[in-house]
Design a protein around this ligand. Structure first.
Ligand code: NAI
Ligand code: ISE
Length: 336
């Protein structure tokens, strides 16, 4: 029997997830959708030729007896409300990143899930499902390059919309690194600092872009992440790990090498949807399989909280220019 899914939010990633759950993945069926823009929700159903019902709002969808599990793909500030409602209804919920836009919001979710007594929440951090990051982690864990001392990372988007803010560079963009680097190193952050280089002329007037985030982990590894969301040339994710005896680098996505017009070249992807397309498939199939087996796994509400605690510190550091301490409470036994 297919898992009956309800999707809240039919924007860019909502439509992409509806497509993959309906056309690519196994054992899932989208039976319900909603969006504050109901016409757009209806259009998504029509475009994908689904027999899904359009609900008036997220709460009606979560309460529906038709819906066995929920995907939250609406804007970040609405995530907490819908995830808490799904937990209250006892329904498994896959929530796109960020789990909530503040650490306190994530903490409320952690507390509700622990009180429920069983894991229901998987956060949409897809990078741990990416083959390149998995291979990089295997090299680090094998000890081939010794202990990781430094990481040099970049998260570059070609452009962003006018609603994108300097804070979103942390809560929406850097949040992927805050999660995946913690997983890669099996370490937590203890301090952060944010510095701003000369501003890119292509960045809108309200936006400070690029920025460099400096992270320190409990074991003393130092990380620099360049976040540059108006780089124009492509969607480019870089991660280089400098160890005691060698260097390991995240592989580039596989692209044809072209010899033409007196040039040797490989294309750079422009869209995040393409860069992690396989990882999105794998993370959502894992959610579907986990729910059907009665065991939700993958990035947990605690992982969402841990990333948000570091993100809160980064937001403070953006404002103060100072080094800000990150203090993550003890992980509850519930999260292993
Ligand atoms: P979007 O702006 O294209 O779509 C968001 C949709 O949510 C809009 O259609 C909006 O009307 C709807 N919405 C907002 N509040 C709502 C509410 N209270 N109830 C119902 N619908 C509501 O944004 P996009 O790019 O699809 O992002 C959505 C979420 O997915 C964000 O949290 C974002 O950070 C995350 N995301 C994750 C990615 C990843 O790589 N894992 C990639 C892109 C987005
Ligand atoms: C977007 O929401 C994503 O999650 C993309 O992966 C990221 O690269 C982009 O900066 C975010 O705005």
């Amino acid at each position: 029997m297919s898992l009956k899914l309800g999707v809240i939010g039919t924007g860019a990633i909502g439509r992409d997830h509806i497509r993959r759950c309906s056309q690519t993945l196994l054992n899932s069926q989208v039976v319900a959708v909603t969006d504050i823009n109901l016409e757009q929700a209806a259009q998504a159903v029509a475009d994908l030729q689904l027999s899904a019902e359009v609900y008036a709002d997220g709460h009606a969808l979560i309460q529906s007896a038709q819906v066995e599990a929920v995907l939250v793909t609406s804007w970040g500030p609405s995530h907490e409300e819908f995830v808490l409602a799904a937990i209250a209804a006892g329904k498994p919920v896959f929530c796109e990143k960020p789990l909530a836009v503040t650490a306190q919001g994530c903490r409320n979710i952690v507390e509700a899930e622990v009180a429920h007594g069983k894991r229901l929440v998987q956060v949409g951090f897809m990078r741990p499902y990416d083959q390149g990051y998995q291979d990089l982690k295997a090299v680090i864990d094998s000890g081939q390059i010794g202990e990781p001392l430094m990481l040099h990372c970049a998260h570059r988007n070609p452009t962003v919309g006018e609603n994108y803010t300097t804070g979103m560079a942390i809560t929406d963009t850097l949040i992927h690194e805050l999660d995946v680097l913690r997983w890669l190193l099996a370490d937590d952050y203890v301090s952060v600092q944010v510095v701003f280089p000369r501003k890119a002329s292509k960045a809108l007037s309200h936006l400070r872009d690029p920025q460099i985030v400096l992270l320190e982990t409990a074991r003393g590894t130092r990380i620099d992440v360049e976040v540059f969301v108006n780089c124009q040339y492509g969607y480019d994710i870089q991660c280089e790990v400098v160890g005691e005896t060698g260097i390991a680098k995240l592989p580039e996505p596989s692209q044809v090498q072209l010899r033409s017009g007196a040039k040797l070249s490989t294309a750079i992807l422009m869209d995040w949807k393409d860069r992690f397309i396989a990882a999105y498939d794998v993370e959502l199939q894992a959610f579907i399989d986990g729910v059907r087996a009665g065991q939700v796994g993958g990035p947990s509400a605690w992982d969402g909280f841990a990333a948000a605690v570091a993100a809160d510190a980064c937001i403070e550091a953006q404002g103060s220019g100072q080094i800000v301490a990150v203090s993550l409470p003890q992980r509850p036994a519930f999260y292993g």
